[in-house]
Ligand binder design. Structure first.
Ligand code: ATP
Ligand code: MG
Ligand code: FE
Length: 354
């Protein structure tokens, strides 16, 4: 089938068309259009929900048209419409799901309400035909999770952050050091010229038996260190970034290793694979660490191309396609859900009081 995907859960307005035959392990991306609202939010130092919702409403129809025209398809060739129904900012979710439902209704096509995290989780199948099961490290602006992907719709969260997400920690560090938004790339760039060992920063939860993540203690320590220094020189900023990046990389290594060991102990899998997804997967130090740790533990390591790690609609179309081709679709009274854990139930109906 051929599926139109719509993504509006945060600050990218995206539409994509993905095609795969009934037995195809991977998908073919016919188009993948992303309008990033970066410019709308930059002056506020973060995403402003109301501005995001308005920008989605303003741009989505054109983004969908562009996805159709780049794919060279017309509506007749589209078999189903998939839209992100959560988790995310409610205004954007409403714009995306209502648009998707309206198209589905007007064109008489099935509608699929997709969990954004399921989109991230299934991306290595879209790109590489990765078979089930596998371990997923999702490191984005809103999530830091270790997920066992057993099968389609069968996810088990093994670890999560008990405070900030990793991308959020990068963004807060950038804000503290006046490096702009989004902060990850800026912090990484500064870190490359700094001394990672000049400041003693904590490695939260390192050595703990539980596999969870934590980054807020590190943020507090960084703030205190910066405040104690007073006026910061470029060298100070570079050293703080390098220290921060080293601390998160080391903590992450320790945390990820716990889940690799658990996978080894509990899952029968002759070719275990760790997949990374989310915007933080762009970080070279973190990628290099994951590659090394996987090699040390006999895991294959898979990182989808960057444009499919961060938010996009191809992953939403693919998640919809996988469900559609096994006979699923969702009713049009399904409601968007700002909170929707990957291992939770399906989205509720509008008016069901859930
Ligand atoms: P979610 O998927 O949880 O809803 P999101 O859509 O905000 O969150 P993404 O778009 O996947 O997340 O990723 C954005 C995050 O990735 C930002 O926090 C950004 O700072 C971070 N990031 C991007 N590039 C890098 C990098 N090179 N190093 C570290 N972090 C990075
Ligand atoms: Mg984003
Ligand atoms: Fe995302």
């Amino acid at each position: 089938p051929t599926v139109l995907g719509i993504e509006t859960s945060c600050d990218e307005t995206a539409a994509a068309i993905v095609r795969a035959g009934a037995g195809d392990a991977r998908g073919e991306i016919l188009s993948n259009i992303i309008y990033s609202q970066f410019g709308e939010h930059a002056r506020y130092g973060g995403v402003v929900p109301e501005i995001a919702a308005r920008a989605h409403a303003d741009k989505l129809d054109r983004v969908i048209k562009a996805a159709l025209s780049e794919a060279g398809t017309d509506w007749d060739a589209i078999d189903a419409i998939a839209a992100t129904a959560g988790p995310g900012l409610i205004g954007g979710l409403i714009v995306g799901t209502m648009t998707g439902k309206a198209i589905a209704l007007a064109r008489g096509k099935p509608f699929l309400a997709v969990n954004h995290l399921e989109g991230h989780a299934l991306t290595p199948r879209l790109t590489d035909g990765q078979p089930f099961p596998y371990l997923l490290l999702l490191v984005s602006g809103g999530h830091t999770q270790m997920v066992l992907v057993r099968g389609l719709g069968d996810y088990e969260r093994w670890a999560t952050t008990i405070d900030d997400a990793l991308g959020e920690a990068f963004d807060k560090t950038a804000k503290l050091l006046d490096l702009g938004y989004p902060g990850g790339p800026a912090v990484e760039k500064m870190a490359s010229t700094g001394d990672p060992d000049r400041f003693a920063l904590p490695r939260p939860l390192k050595g703990e038996a539980r596999p969870d993540f934590s980054f807020s203690g590190l943020k507090t320590a960084l703030r205190k260190t910066a405040t104690d220094l007073g006026a910061l020189t470029d060298r100070d900023v570079a050293d703080l970034c390098a220290g921060f990046q080293k601390a998160v990389t080391e903590t992450l290594e320790d945390r990820v290793t716990r889940s690799l060991a658990r996978y080894r102990a509990e899952i029968t899998d002759i070719s275990p694979t760790l997949v990374v997804a989310g915007g933080v997967a762009a970080n070279k130090a973190i990628r290099a660490m994951l590659e090394r740790v996987c090699a040390e533990h006999g895991f294959a390591f898979l990182a989808p191309p960057m444009e499919l790690c961060s938010d996009n609609a191809a992953m939403i179309a693919w998640a919809g396609l996988e469900r559609f081709r096994r006979g699923e679709s969702d009713p049009l009274d399904i409601a968007p859900r700002p909170r929707w854990p990957l291992d939770g139930d399906s989205a509720p109906r509008i008016g069901s009081g859930r």
